[in-house]
Ligand binder design. Structure first.
Ligand code: FAD
Length: 232
């Protein structure tokens, strides 16, 4: 997958989500990014893109830009997509596909479950490492902190690691880093009220995501779509 194709996905996704926001189903955010010199490739795509003068930048930053971004509540968005799917006649089945019978064997199991279906999508994320034996898959650990207030206080830690336990030191670093960015969420004691801390693994792949079609015996088609890393 090359960078241009990935940029096209990002552009299409941004347009789709802005459309959802316009229809009143989502929330638009003014967003400031502070490491964007030279101009990022997406500067002409996003709404309200401006470069901030030094008087409006955080201390210590050399450049900053402002643009409209979208705040997505992922569980809500996924339920919305599921409702669209079901209302279009889709059926939801939950099952774990075997990983010790090769991809063709796993696909056979999927065919047996799904019945009269000829196209499948392999969106198994890190599971592709065993399901497809794709050795280029690797996890990138991330941690987020949810604080009381209007927004989720970012952010994530990048690290190649399979351990999903919360790291208290990382929580401290995240909260300290966010104090300057979101002072309006601080309580009277100058601290955030932490609601939850969570950790997960992003499904990354050397060489970028794999999005391609494969055709199996009997004409069953499989579209691979995994390895999306931090750009889910
Ligand atoms: C802390 C953190 C913060 C993030 N923040 C952002 C963000 O702000 N914006 C963003 O765009 N992305 C973000 N991401 C990345 C995003 O979560 C991922 O890119 C996205 O979830 C990938 O989606 P996916 O469907 O490809 O894989 P997954 O979400 O990993 O889904 C794979 C699914 O396949 C199933 N599966 C695997 N093997 C099998 C099997 N053998 N049989 C049946 N099912 C199987 C798994 O159970 C799972 O449900 C973040 C990730 C983390 C960890």
């Amino acid at each position: 997958m090359n960078e241009i194709e990935e940029q096209e996905w990002d552009a299409e996704t941004y347009r789709e989500w802005m459309e959802i926001v316009t229809r009143g189903r989502g929330r638009r955010l003014g967003w400031v990014s502070s490491s964007s010199a030279p101009l990022p490739w997406w500067f002409s795509l996003v709404s309200d893109f401006t470069t901030l003068p030094s008087s409006q930048r955080l201390p210590g930053t050399q450049s900053a830009v402002h643009f409209s971004a979208i705040c997505i509540n992922v569980p809500h968005h996924l339920s919305y997509l599921l409702r669209l799917f079901l209302s279009a006649g889709g059926k939801l089945l939950k099952a774990r596909l075997p990983t010790d019978v090769g991809l063709a064997g796993a696909l056979q199991a999927a065919v047996a479950l799904a019945g009269d279906t000829s196209i499948f999508v392999n969106a198994t994320g890190l599971g592709a490492k065993t399901l497809v034996q794709d050795r280029s898959m690797y996890p990138i650990k991330g941690q987020t902190v949810l604080v009381k207030g209007e927004a989720e206080s970012a952010t994530t830690l990048v690290d190649v690691d399979r351990d999903t336990s919360v790291d208290d030191e990382t929580t401290k670093v995240i909260l300290e880093g966010c104090k300057e960015l979101a002072p309006e969420l601080l309580g009277g004691d100058g601290e955030f009220e932490v609601l939850s801390v969570q950790c997960g693994l992003r499904p990354a792949r050397e060489g970028g995501p794999r999005v391609e079609k494969e055709v199996f015996e009997g004409g069953v088609k499989l579209v691979h779509s995994y390895g999306h890393a931090g750009a889910g």
